[in-house]
Design a protein around this ligand. Structure first.
Ligand code: HEM
Length: 122
C-alpha cells in the first residue's frame, strides 16, 4: 500500500512537472542554461571546448523554440530564438574552420540578440 501511494505520488509529481514544462519556471531554467553555455563558450580555451558549449547552447535554443508562449508575444519569442540559432550557427562555422579567435568575436552577435530581445520582451 505504501509503495502504491509512493508510486501515485511520483506520478502526480511528474505530471505536474510536465504541466509546468513550458511555463515561467521552465523559461527561467532555459535562460540560466543559456547563460551557463554563453559563459562556457566565451571562456573556452580550445575549439573543441567552445564547440561543446555551442552545441549545448543550440540544444537549449531548440528546446526553447518548442515552448508555448503567450499569443501576443509568441512571434517575438520565435523570432528571437531563430536569430539566436542563426548567430550560434555563425560561431559554429568559425569553429569548423578552427578559428577560435573569430568564433569569440562572433559571440558579440549572440550577445546582441540577447540584448535586443530582453529589451523587446521586458
Ligand atoms: C545569449 C542569449 C541569452 C542569455 C544568456 C539569456 C539569459 C537570461 C537570463 C540569465 C535571464 C534571467 C533569468 C532568471 O534568473 O530569472 C533571462 C530572462 C529572460 N530572457 Fe533571456 N537570455 C538570452 C536570450 C534570450 C532571447 C533570445 C529571448 C527571447 C526570444 C529571451 C527572453 C527572456 C525573457 C522573456 C526573460 C524573462 C524571464 C522571466 O520572466 O523570468 N532571452 N535571460
Amino acid at each position: 500500500m505504501k509503495r502504491a501511494l509512493l508510486l501515485i505520488g511520483a506520478v502526480l509529481l511528474s505530471t505536474n512537472a510536465f504541466a509546468d514544462s513550458h511555463g515561467h519556471d521552465d523559461l527561467e531554467k532555459l535562460m540560466k542554461g543559456f547563460k551557463t553555455e554563453f559563459k562556457a563558450a566565451a571562456d573556452a580555451k580550445s575549439v573543441d571546448e567552445m564547440k561543446s558549449a555551442i552545441m549545448k547552447f543550440d540544444h537549449l535554443v531548440a528546446e526553447a523554440k518548442k515552448g508555448d508562449y503567450p499569443a501576443k508575444e509568441a512571434p517575438t519569442f520565435e523570432q528571437g530564438f531563430d536569430k539566436l540559432a542563426a548567430a550560434l550557427d555563425k560561431v559554429e562555422m568559425s569553429l569548423d574552420k578552427g578559428d577560435l579567435k573569430q568564433a569569440k568575436e562572433d559571440m558579440r552577435s549572440v550577445d546582441d540578440v540577447r540584448k535586443e530581445f530582453h529589451k523587446k520582451l521586458k
